[in-house]
Structures are given as C-alpha cells and as structure tokens.
Design a protein. Structure first.
Length: 106
C-alpha cells in the first residue's frame, strides 16, 4: 500500500485516528558547471532558466520520495499538511525540504 500525500489537514472520506509525527525529506541539488554556464547566459537575455527549473523539479521529487519513505517506516497511511521549503545553499545549489504529518487513517 502506498502512502497518501495531501496538502490539506484531512484525507477526503477518511478519518485520522492517530498522529504519528513529523516526517521530512530533503536534498541539496546542483547542476554541473556546463549547465550552470548556460543558465548564466540565459539571465542576460531573459526568459525561463530551464536548467534550474529542471533542477528544482528533480529536487522536489527526491525530497518527496524521501519524506514518503520515512512515513512508510512509521507505518503511516497518509501524510497530511504537505509543505515544501527551499533555500539557496550556495550559488547554483538549492536545498528542497518536504515535510508533513504522518497519520493513521480509519
């Protein structure tokens, strides 16, 4: 069974019967130098910096997967109140943190 993940404080049609605790997953992601240089050129001409969009998308998926794995280790049925947070660690590298509350459902 896979863990249900929602960004609300409830799962429609289900009742939360136990709060198991906070679960989180994070990753610090960077692009290699070649793509970083291309991204730098894009800042000059404007528009979407696709290299960083891709980097952040990959990082969100990894952080979400790690958080879900923690919930599974706790035998949770769901994670409610999913949130993402990001911070720049250094130029060209960012941390993504996914966190929420692991719960048991009825």
């Amino acid at each position: 069974m896979s863990v249900i993940v929602v960004n609300t404080d409830f799962v429609p049609g289900k009742e939360v019967v136990a709060v198991l605790g906070l679960v989180k997953g994070n990753v610090i992601q960077a692009k290699h130098l070649g793509k970083d240089i291309v991204a730098g050129f894009r800042t000059i001409v404007g528009g979407e910096i696709k290299e960083y969009t891709e980097m952040m998308s990959e990082a969100r998926e990894i952080a979400l997967k790690r958080m879900t794995e923690k919930a599974e280790e706790m035998d949770a049925d769901a994670v409610v109140n999913l949130r993402f947070m990001t911070s720049m660690v250094m130029s060209g590298a960012a941390e993504i943190l996914a966190y929420g509350t692991a719960v048991k459902l009825k």
